[in-house]
Ligand binder design. Structure first.
Ligand SMILES: Nc1nc2c(ncn2[C@@H]2O[C@H](COP(=O)(O)OP(=O)(O)OP(=O)(O)O)[C@@H](O)[C@H]2O)c(=O)[nH]1
Length: 322
C-alpha cells in the first residue's frame, strides 16, 4: 500500500514536470491521434489539451506537411529509434509566434524536434513522443552571423569609392576566367581603360572633383555591363572589364559605346563643369597567351598605344605579333 502511494506521488511529480518543462511535449498514437499535450503546447498554440485529445494531429494543424511527417514518424515506429528534425532542415513543425524579447525580430519560433518511440512492456511501439525545442535564439544568432559574413565578404571584395570589384577580387575573377577558357572552346575579351589626363582634373579642380569623376565613370561603366561581364577598379583611375563570350570585334563595339557615353558626359562639381575622356585597350583571349598576367599585360599595351597616339580612342592588341 505504501509502495502504491509512492508510485502515485511520483506519477504526480512526473505530470507536474511534464507540464512545467520549457519544451513542447506531445504523445501521438499510431493513427497520429493526440494523447498528451503539455502546457508549452497549450500556451503557444492557444489550444487546450481537451480540445486536441484524440484528434488527428493533421486535422488540427493543417499546415504540417502530412506525408513528410508521417514518413519520419513511421520510421520511428518501425525501427524503434529516435528521429531528429533540425531548424536548418525545416524551420518549424508548429507555426508558433515568437515572443522572445531578444529575438523579437523573428516572426516565428524556430524549432528543433525529436521523435522518440514509446516502448510498451511487451516491446511493441504503439505511441511516439514528439518534443519541440524552442531554438529561436540559436537560429537568430546563426542567421545574423551568416548575414554579417556575407556582408563582410562583399565588403572585402568591393572598392569603396566606386562600389566596383576591387583589384584583388577582380584579378581573382580574371584568373578564373583564364582557367575556364583553357578548358572550353570559347573566347572572352579583356578591356583595360584609363581616364585621360586625370592628373590635370585633380590639379585643376581638386581631389574631391577627381573622386566625383571616378564615381561618375564607374556608374556609366556599371550601367553598360551585361550580367556575365565583370568590372573592377584596377588602380587609381584605371579600370578592367572581363567581357565573357565576346570577340575583340564585339568588345570594340562595346568599348566605343562606353567611350562616347563618357565623352558626352559632363560632371558638375561645385558649380564647375568638368569634361573628360577615356582610352581603352582590348585583348582577346588566345591559346598563345602564357597566363592571365600576360593577357593583362597585352591589354595594357593596347591601352598604352591609345595614350601614345592621342587618347580618347579604343585599340585592339594584335595577337599575330605574339
Ligand atoms: N581624385 C583621385 N585621384 C586619384 C585617385 N587615384 C589616383 N588618382 C590620381 O590619378 C592621377 C593619375 O595620373 P597619371 O597616372 O599621370 O595619368 P593621367 O594624368 O590620367 O595621364 P594619362 O593616363 O597619360 O592620360 C594621379 O594624379 C593620382 O594622384 C583617386 O582615388 N581619386
Amino acid at each position: 500500500m505504501a509502495k502504491d502511494n509512492l508510485d502515485i506521488k511520483e506519477f504526480h511529480w512526473l505530470m507536474d514536470m511534464l507540464q512545467t518543462i520549457d519544451v513542447g511535449l506531445i504523445v501521438l498514437d499510431k493513427n497520429f491521434k493526440v494523447q498528451v499535450w503539455n502546457s508549452f503546447m497549450e500556451n503557444h498554440s492557444g489550444i487546450p489539451p481537451l480540445s486536441v485529445k484524440d484528434k488527428v494531429l493533421f486535422d488540427v494543424f493543417g499546415d504540417i506537411p502530412k506525408e513528410w511527417f508521417t514518413q519520419k514518424a513511421e520510421s520511428v515506429f518501425l525501427l524503434k529509434s529516435r528521429a531528429f528534425i533540425t531548424w536548418e532542415l525545416r524551420p518549424y513543425l508548429f507555426k508558433f509566434k515568437n515572443y522572445r524579447p531578444i529575438t523579437g525580430t523573428e516572426e516565428f519560433m524556430y524549432q528543433n524536434v525529436s521523435i522518440s518511440p514509446l516502448v510498451s512492456v511487451d516491446g511493441s511501439v504503439s505511441s511516439i513522443c514528439v518534443i519541440i525545442y524552442d531554438v529561436t535564439d540559436i537560429a537568430s544568432n546563426k542567421k545574423a552571423l551568416e548575414k554579417a559574413n556575407v556582408e563582410l565578404e562583399s565588403l572585402s571584395r568591393t572598392d569603396r569609392l566606386t562600389m566596383l570589384n576591387n583589384r584583388g577580387y577582380w584579378e581573382e575573377c580574371l584568373q578564373n576566367e583564364y582557367s575556364r577558357l583553357q578548358r572550353y572552346d570559347t573566347t572572352s575579351s579583356l578591356v583595360m581603360f584609363d581616364i585621360d589626363h586625370f592628373k590635370k582634373v585633380n590639379d585643376t579642380y581638386g581631389h574631391q572633383a577627381g573622386d566625383e569623376v571616378i564615381r561618375v565613370v564607374s556608374k556609366l561603366l556599371r550601367d553598360s555591363l551585361r550580367k556575365t561581364d565583370i568590372a573592377g577598379r584596377y588602380g587609381g583611375e584605371e579600370f578592367g572589364i572581363i567581357l565573357g563570350h565576346t570577340s575583340s570585334e564585339n568588345a570594340f563595339i562595346y568599348c566605343e559605346r562606353l567611350r562616347k557615353a563618357i565623352e558626352d558626359t559632363t560632371v558638375v562639381h561645385d558649380g564647375i563643369e568638368i569634361k573628360f575622356t577615356i582610352s581603352l585597350g582590348i585583348c582577346e583571349a588566345s591559346k598563345k597567351l602564357e597566363d592571365y598576367k600576360q593577357w593583362l599585360e597585352k591589354t595594357d599595351q593596347a591601352l598604352y598605344q591609345c595614350k601614345e597616339s592621342g587618347r580618347n580612342k579604343t585599340m585592339i592588341y594584335d595577337l599575330s605579333t605574339l
